[in-house]
Design a protein. Structure first.
Length: 214
């Protein structure tokens, strides 16, 4: 069967898998974003706190994804739970790092002006520092999302949802009917999802960032 015929017959199944893939990625990045931005805001400007936090969260990226999924199976079983937990752990570092970088890059004279206006530390964070740091923070979220699109494909090894199921099914039946088509559809599906999400973040950057910060 040609790849075109394969797509015409399986497009509904592929679409369902793509939606599941997208859901776990966005849920994980959403959770990681809340945790990482709060953590980054808490340690920004404090090297004694930010260095160990960045070291620990960065070390998570050195753990092979197969190994991490395997370690999570005894704790969370198979399926969605270990997939989301693993993706959250992988997504935290880029967002924390960019949050710290963005907040520390806010000009000192702007912060002095905010203090002079009588803004409390929390108000300065919400009204001044986070908006000015937002382009850098959003870039970290964008990197975490694109990275997790690829890692989520490996979650099929622990029965996680997503396009990775096509890749693993195809590789398991290599040489059989439609094995190559399954694998190719999975690989291309991951690439297309990553590209689409990247375009969404480019548009989101333009919409949410003031002209003076672009």
């Amino acid at each position: 069967m040609s790849f075109g015929d394969y797509l015409s017959q399986r497009w509904e199944d592929i679409t369902i898998l793509a939606i599941g893939h997208l859901q776990v990625v966005l849920i994980a990045v959403g959770i990681a974003g809340v945790v990482a931005i709060a953590l980054g805001a808490a340690v920004a400007g404090r090297p004694a706190a930010s260095r160990p936090v960045l070291a620990v969260t960065g070390a998570m990226l050195t753990v092979p994804s197969f190994a991490l999924f395997g370690l999570l199976i005894p704790l969370l079983g198979l399926g969605v739970a270990p997939t989301i937990v693993a993706l959250v752990l992988y997504a935290i570092f880029p967002i924390v790092r960019n949050t710290v970088t963005g907040l520390e890059s806010v000009p000192a004279d702007v912060l002095d002006a905010a203090r002079g206006m009588g803004l409390s530390p929390l108000r300065r964070l919400v009204v001044v520092r986070l908006p000015l740091a937002w382009p850098v923070i959003l870039t970290g979220i964008r990197l975490a999302t694109i990275m997790n699109v690829g890692i989520a494909a490996i979650a099929a090894a622990v029965a996680g949802p997503g396009i990775g199921q096509l890749i693993f099914d195809g590789l398991a039946r290599i040489g059989g009917d439609n094995a190559l088509n399954d694998t190719l559809a999975g690989v291309l599906g991951v690439a297309v999802l990553a590209l689409l999400l990247d375009l969404v973040f480019i548009a989101l950057m333009r919409i949410t960032t003031s002209r003076g910060l672009r």
